[in-house]
Design a protein around this ligand. Structure first.
Ligand code: QAP
Ligand code: CO
Length: 181
């Protein structure tokens, strides 16, 4: 297992579209393990492969209080949506910023699990919001894209300033405080 570096907005690599996983093999499972480790260490409740600069359609999520409900979705597809809900969202790639986003309240999702088996499930609440947020990442989309241009540009400028002060990979940035000091 290994911690991976999380890309920060406005890094253009966050805009790349991820490709479907052809085969769920040991290298994919290794990547999934790294994603869980990276998400839990942050700590966060969701992480898409795009955020660690891997263009594969993989996401992990765990919205439990005690990191005991891991979900891994490979090649996820939303097959139906119902209702609307507004929730304050954050993102490990947009550290320190939280804004309200409107999304579907309930979704039906089809995906492959860690063993490469197809499953389909209906999800609501925070997990539904989280999975929609993470699938957006796989399509190069960020929650700040739902905000006004003014708000998005303010966030971009602040994060650009932070990145200039402490470039990612610098010793001062090690650990979970990365980019948020
Ligand atoms: C996506 O986000 C999400 O700003 C996952 O300083 C979030 O795990 C979906 C985090 C909320 C729905 C609702 C953010 C950690 C973690 C920060 C996260 C930060 C430290 C965000
Ligand atoms: Co995110």
């Amino acid at each position: 297992m290994a911690l991976r570096e999380i890309l920060h907005f406005p890094d253009t690599r966050l805009r790349l579209r991820a490709h479907p996983v052809e085969q769920v093999d040991d290298s994919v499972r290794q990547l999934v393990d790294d994603m869980f480790e990276t998400m839990y260490a942050a700590p966060g409740i969701g992480l898409a492969a795009t955020q660690i600069n891997v263009q594969k359609r993989i996401l992990v999520a765990d919205v439990s209080e005690d990191q005991t409900e891991p979900h891994c979705l490979i090649n996820p597809e939303i097959v139906s949506r119902e209702g609307e809900e507004e929730m304050d969202e954050g993102c490990l790639s947009v550290p320190g910023f939280y804004e309200t986003v409107r999304r579907a309240e309930r979704i039906r999702v089809r995906a492959l699990n860690r063993d490469g088996e197809v499953f389909e499930t209906e999800i609501d609440g925070l997990l539904a919001v989280c999975i929609q947020h993470e699938i957006d990442h796989l399509d190069g989309k960020l929650f700040v894209d739902y905000l006004s241009t003014l708000k998005r540009n303010r966030i971009r400028k602040k994060l650009e300033k932070q990145a200039a002060r402490a470039p990612s990979g610098s010793p001062a940035l090690a650990g979970s405080a990365a980019g948020r000091l």
